[in-house]
Design a protein around this ligand. Structure first.
Ligand code: SF4
Length: 344
């Protein structure tokens, strides 16, 4: 493919991608959506009401052992590149796991509850199993990529760009997120890499997995003026590497889809009409108690809604919020894709 740093040869390499994660818990006051990240876009496509609970109400969510493990594993894979190439061994990487967990715990003490026994005391055995599992995932990475042959151009790269408005006076759409790793070949070709601690999706769900990666590819294209040569997903849970080489035309289609999605989000924000969209993924949702689909009542909508506009809203809004936005795909849920806890 012409990217010198490419040595991904895991079984099942093919087109695809996505990551899932939960936002950090904690009330922070209601706010209008200001930007779109892959995770939150996926939330809206999965269920508009879930998006509202996470982005506008900022309802707290229980820590997830899977997402927390994802965060620790991502940190290890990032930190490992601090070492000289020859010292990037599986043993060294596994040895980083406990320290990265301790650092994360210090930053987010509430994660300790993941490892409490029924008596409220720390369950050391459960923590040990969880750490061992994280170490196995880290070890599997070495069967998929060879970090002694990689010199990433960027790790944990925060990216943000604004898609200008479609017409005079229209506000732009801010896209942002974190890219796990960016490799740049001597030829200048760019590869975007994302780690997943879950398993590779079944073929019918791979377009959903691709969504996040094409989102990043679009942002990078806008920022650097160059379409990334390759998008690569590394699934540590199943030992698969999935790759996809995007084209300009495909990224333009992604841009149109994101604009439509943002329009749907803006309409829902303005009207306060956030429809629940129940699926089997509701099992992963922390908000069933306040979801009408499960007999709950959402908290009062915290943003002002023009009375006239609110009464105008009808069933069309459901279409606008989903299919009208091109939101036609299933999106992997927390604990399925197991990216990490996503701060954006
Ligand atoms: S329980 Fe299901 S329908 Fe209700 S908010 Fe959560 S994801 Fe949406």
């Amino acid at each position: 493919m012409g990217i010198a740093t490419d040595n991904s040869t895991g079984p099942g390499s093919e087109r695809a991608a996505d990551r899932a994660a939960g936002p950090a818990a904690g009330p922070a006051g209601a706010a209008r959506p200001a930007a779109l990240s892959p995770s939150r876009a996926a939330d809206f496509m999965r269920c508009p009401l879930l998006y509202r609970f996470r982005v506008i109400d900022k309802l707290p969510e229980k820590p997830s052992a899977a997402a927390t493990r994802g965060t620790v594993v991502h940190a290890v894979l990032e930190r490992l590149f601090d070492a000289p190439a020859a010292e990037r061994t599986a043993g060294r990487a596994k040895g980083l796991v406990p320290g990265e967990w301790e650092k994360l715990l210090a930053a987010r003490p509430e994660l300790a509850e993941l490892f409490l026994g029924e008596d409220g005391e720390r369950d050391g055995e459960r923590l040990a199993r969880w750490l061992a599992n994280a170490e196995r995932l880290v070890e599997r990475w070495f069967t998929l990529e060879d970090p002694t042959r990689l010199e990433p151009a960027d790790r944990e790269l925060y990216v943000e760009t604004v898609l200008e408005g479609g017409g005079a006076g229209e506000a732009g759409l801010t896209l942002r997120g974190f890219i796990d790793r960016v490799d740049v070949a001597p030829s200048g070709e760019v590869r975007i890499v994302d780690y997943k601690t879950g398993k590779a999706p079944a073929p019918q769900y791979r377009s959903d997995a691709l969504f996040q990666m094409t989102f990043y590819a679009l942002v990078m294209w806008r920022l650097r003026g160059q379409v990334p040569r390759r998008l690569q997903l590394v699934y540590l849970g199943s030992g698969d590497v999935l790759t996809y080489d995007p084209t300009e035309a495909e990224l333009l289609a992604v841009e149109r889809r994101l604009r439509a999605l943002w329009e749907a989000i803006s309409l829902a924000t303005e009207t306060g009409d956030w429809r629940p969209r129940p699926t089997k993924l509701c099992g992963w949702c922390d908000h069933q108690a306040v979801c009408p689909e499960f007999g709950g009542t959402p908290p009062p909508y915290p943003l002002p809604v023009p009375a006239q506009r609110a009464s105008d809203v009808d069933a069309d809004a459901d279409t606008d919020a989903g299919a009208g936005a091109g939101a036609d795909g299933r999106v992997v849920a927390d604990g399925e894709g197991q990216g990490r806890m996503d701060p954006v």
